[in-house]
Write a protein of this length. Structure first.
Length: 137
């Protein structure tokens, strides 16, 4: 078991570095995802400007979530970053059993990107609703 942890960390770091370079170009090319574009369609020009500024300041970054998962995943740090508080608390409570470490490794490989997307979708919907309430057309 002692040899497994460093092996998982090194393999996760190598995977992260390779994948990060590949996806960095995608992130730079398209800063708005489809749910954000859907929200933008219902806004006027002033509201769109406010939405984009607010979204850029509150958007969760995939690279940050992946790094938190890689280095502090066993404590659930990436869950707290992505506003998944219940999962974060469970990770903190059970980190001594190595179960969160195994789950965070699986998250690193398969689920973190979708968690970031879900979080950004919720943020976009929340910002859009607030803008429509504060600045009606």
């Amino acid at each position: 078991m002692d040899n497994l942890i460093p092996l998982l960390l090194v393999s996760g770091l190598i995977w992260f570095l390779i994948d990060y370079r590949r996806n960095r170009k995608k992130e730079q090319a398209s800063s708005l995802n489809p749910s954000e574009l859907t929200v933008l369609k219902s806004l006027n020009e002033k509201q769109k400007t406010i939405f984009v500024l607010e979204m850029n300041s509150r958007r969760k970054k995939e690279s940050t979530a992946l790094l938190l998962n890689l280095f502090f995943g066993f404590t659930g740090a990436h869950y707290f970053y992505l506003n998944r508080v219940t999962a974060g608390i469970l990770s903190v409570l059970f980190f001594w059993a190595w179960i969160p470490a195994i789950v965070s490794f699986l998250d690193l490989l398969f689920f973190t990107r979708s968690y970031v997307q879900e979080c950004n979708d919720k943020i976009a919907q929340e910002i859009g609703a607030k803008i429509l309430l504060m600045w009606p057309e």
